[in-house]
Design a protein around this ligand. Structure first.
Ligand SMILES: *[C@@H]1O[C@H](CO)[C@@H](O)[C@H](O)[C@H]1NC(C)=O
Ligand SMILES: *[C@@H]1O[C@H](CO)[C@@H](O)[C@H](O)[C@H]1NC(C)=O
Ligand SMILES: *[C@@H]1O[C@H](CO)[C@@H](O)[C@H](O)[C@H]1NC(C)=O
Length: 337
């Protein structure tokens, strides 16, 4: 098995297909500069503001396909549902599902990656569903290709094969599988070129894999047809030393880290940035690592539905943090569609 195959085996593909959806646009973000792409603000730099009036855009009753609904699985606190992301240099538009659907009418958005891609995809599906919940939709979760569609007529069919260029927006992500060692080790061998090794530095392996991905994008994606994003590394909160509270994990955390800085450096994110900088084709980084690092309170911990022995400090409750990722994706797209 070569290196390419190892990567492809782990790809999960999630698709949002907005073919045939016809709704009216009612958003006007002209004033902030997103509409014409002139905003110079770094939307990924800022703080989390507690705002009781800003609630989640959907809930169990309005989103029929929630997986990690922490409230349903007994999470006792609710504060984490009411934090709003506020960039330091500007305001960002709230997510407007109707407007999103209008802009992307007939287009296909593809998430390619691991379970963190799934987290973001389900969040976006819920956000769009909440915007038009009286309309018919298809939600087809699957092992390899999952789809969420809002077809007005009939059912769309999707290719079994990954076809480069067949999508308007593609959002890639991989990182988590690269960090596992010891008992949680994901792979038995690594192959680089002709050389097979049993062990190798995980961040070095991640860099090689991401470089392989970058070459693939440079060779196969036509930027005039497909907008490419990379979903920034999503941090894990298993070791409280990372945020100055040794001995703790995400379990029991009910508030974000204050301020805009996180004390721990994310090695994966540095690699992502350096690989993307070296690419020939334009790739937009959803630079969500730091803002996400601050959200030690937004993981499911023991409220995953999988029993109290499992303490999940990797994924995110829904509704919850990935909704903010999608708000930033939306903000970025407003300036570029
Ligand atoms: C955008 O702003 C300009 C100047 O303020 C205004 O004339 C125009 O009507 C606005 N565009 C929209 C779509 O509202
Ligand atoms: C959905 O349908 C219900 C009942 O028909 C109606 O009261 C509600 O306003 C509709 N919601 C939307 C978002 O159209
Ligand atoms: C947590 O991180 C600290 C500092 O990097 C390290 O010394 C410690 O061994 C880690 N704890 C665990 C349980 O991995």
């Amino acid at each position: 098995m070569n290196f390419h195959q190892v990567i492809l085996l782990l790809l999960l593909i999630f698709l949002v297909d907005l073919s045939d959806r016809n709704v009216k646009a009612n958003a006007n973000y002209n004033a902030t500069g997103y509409e014409d792409g002139t905003s110079k603000c770094n939307i990924y730099e800022g703080t989390w503001i507690y705002d009781k009036s800003s609630g989640p855009l959907y809930g169990t009753s309005s989103c029929p396909f929630l997986g990690l609904d922490c409230q349903k699985f007994g999470r006792p606190d609710k504060k984490y549902l009411h934090y709003r992301w506020k960039p330091t240099g500007c305001d960002i538009p709230s997510f407007n599902g109707q407007d999103f659907l209008t802009r992307f009418k007939g287009k296909k958005i593809l998430f390619v990656g691991d379970s963190l891609s799934k987290n973001m995809w389900v969040s976006l599906s819920c956000m769009l569903h909440a915007a038009v919940h009286n309309v018919s939709y298809n939600f087809m979760p699957d092992k390899s290709l999952s789809t969420f569609t809002i077809p007005e007529y009939g059912i769309s069919k999707f290719p079994e094969e990954w076809v480069p260029g067949g999508f308007d927006v593609v959002i890639f992500n991989t990182f988590h599988w690269w960090g596992h060692t010891g008992r949680a080790k994901t792979w038995s061998y690594f192959q680089v070129g002709d050389k097979v090794v049993k062990e190798m530095d995980r961040m070095e392996a991640f860099k090689i894999a991401l470089t392989t991905w970058a070459k693939w994008v440079d060779q196969n994606i036509d930027p005039s047809k497909t907008r490419v994003f990379y979903q920034g590394v999503s941090p894990v909160h298993l070791n409280g030393s990372d945020w100055g509270e040794p001995g703790k994990s995400c379990l029991g955390e009910t508030e974000p880290v204050e301020g805009s800085n996180y004390p721990h450096t994310n090695e994966g994110e540095d690699i992502v940035k350096s690989v993307i900088r070296g690419m020939a084709k334009p790739v937009s980084l959803l630079d969500v690592t730091t803002m996400t690092e601050l959200r030690k309170d937004s993981h499911p911990s023991i409220y995953t539905g999988g029993g109290s022995k499992l303490n999940d400090c990797s994924h995110w409750c829904l509704p919850g943090l990935p909704d903010a990722w999608n708000q930033l994706l939306y903000t970025d797209l407003l300036g570029n569609v």
